[in-house]
Design a protein around this ligand. Sequence first.
Ligand code: TYD
Ligand code: MG
Length: 448
Amino acid sequence: MPSKPTTIFACLNCGAQSPKWSGRCLECGAWGTLKEELREKGGAEKVSVPAPELIDFKEVSEEKLSRFLTGIDEVDRVLGGGLVPGSLILLSGEPGIGKSTIVAQIAESLGTKELPVLYVSGEESAGQIKGRLQRLGTDLGKIRFLNETSAEKIAAAAEKLLPRLVIVDSIQTVYSFLVEAEAGGLNQIRATAARFLELAKQKNVAVILIGHVTKDGQLAGPKALEHLVDTVIYLETETLHDYRILRATKNLFGSVNEVGIFEMTGAGFKEIKNPSAIFLDEVGESLSGSVISSVMEGSRPFLVEVQALVTKTVFGYPQRKASGFDLNRLQVLSAVLTKRAKVNLSNQDIILNVVGGLKINDPALDLAVSAAIISSLLNQTVDRQTLVLGEVGLGGEIRNVSRLEQRLKEAEKLGFIKAIVPGAEIKMGALKIEKVKNLNDLLEKIKS
Ligand code: TYD
Ligand code: MG
């Protein structure tokens, strides 16, 4: 006897399913997108299936990943050391952020006359793409272009050409005739992505799918693809400067901690090889309240500048404001400073800023934040060639930080002469290491 159909609610935005209705989708946060669907329960009859052969790992030969470098170091690092043939990559970002530009640069770098790159666009005409490629100084012979939106036709063209890389710009414009829905809808996005997955795996060509997403989730379709693809990379902007950050949030073939940093110029993206320098404020002089520290982004240390402005509270409760740093953490640190180092902040407003607009949650920044506050309060400068690093505990004790040596090496390379760090045994060539055990030690150092 067939069992009764059950009711489920599916989100029109991200496809998440839930057994109960709610006003807001728990998965993507969109409001009013849950729609009721009826589902037949699976057949109740018992079917006997033969047991499949089990695989003995000893007999499986190891596959070595062969990768090809895109030649753009920042991209290669984010991909985990180059592009893997047969991989499916989703490149997401807001409209206008530079997705088409970066793939054009990858195409220029990867394509050869014998092994071209297939660039498919459903968004722009051949003329527009040609204009962009010329602006970027691309050798047009390395790229084949297709102005097409049918997934089946794109796949057929790719299977015939067998290019090194297929770029689909964008997944929202592509449709499959097997699915009766509008291009850009969730079902279409899923079906077409599945087609490109098949292409990638069967023909061993790398495929990059471009997907538009917005921060507020208005264009969240490609989010639903993240489980299907091998690699998800985001192109984002960082607010203060106009830099673009490329970041992997999923990568079957490498680490997800790497970031690539670019600057958009009149001739496309330029790599920023020395990111530390850009996150420091341009002013060269030492100012009170300004302290330099180092945070890890992936496997790379970045130098950052922390600025604090401490002023007497004029009215009411003391204010705490933070940009680029967790406000709760700032409150904790000012309480610890007040209690453990007897630095009275209970009648002082504190404004904290991490220069460069990066959002930082590396605990190693605690000590620099504390130092910046003390420096501003006492109006005592901390030398700009001094690096301050350490996590602060509730007892006012300074704890060790991860990858201390690597951070110090980076600072040494950039000409720093002194570092204030927790009590770890570390030897550095030109860098003078000063150890602090607690906030009182720090206070003494800034006073002197
Ligand atoms: P685009 O790659 O078209 O963004 P997306 O594909 O993510 O929508 O480019 C975005 C912006 O970059 C666009 O406003 C023009 C600008 N741009 C440059 O500043 N320099 C360049 O060399 C190129 C190609 C684009
Ligand atoms: Mg585009």
